[in-house]
Design a protein around this ligand. Sequence first.
Ligand code: HEM
Length: 141
Amino acid sequence: MTQFIATLVMLCSLLLGGCSQPNKPSLYQQLGGAEGIAAITDGLLYEIEHDQRIVHHFADTDIERFRRLLAEQLCELSGGPCVYSGGTMQQSHSSFNISLADYDALVDGLIKVMQRQNISISAQNQLLALLAPMYKDISYR
Ligand code: HEM
């Protein structure tokens, strides 16, 4: 009888253990940490550079600064150990007349890069969901 109860307790704890969330990796970790985010940022810069729909917006941009701030922002947003030190999305984009089509083009590029880096669909969607509310501050129509 004692053995039966002990087995039952062990089975229950195994079952409960199986159901609980085992240390789920943060989005930052799922994106590959600092290295992964640096690669996403560089990949996105490449996509922008080769996208005739939007590259003109960046004609006068200090690309090194943009790279640093975008990486910082993606790191902070995804729960990494960074503090974004750039301007608000509204301040930084208000003079560029960015359209919904421009926004979609940039997001297309980001998705391509994440696919190339084998980021899971779930992590891609989590990041896109965090970026989506910024649309209203970035695009004017
Ligand atoms: C999810 C969408 C976006 C995010 C998270 C984002 C993020 C950023 C960040 C962090 C900066 C640097 C801010 C600073 O200079 O202090 C920036 C600047 C900039 N963004 Fe975006 N951006 C987004 C969409 C877009 C789109 C759709 C365009 C145009 C197609 C765009 C064009 C620019 C340009 C041209 C700059 C540089 C501004 C300058 O030269 O001072 N961004 N963006």
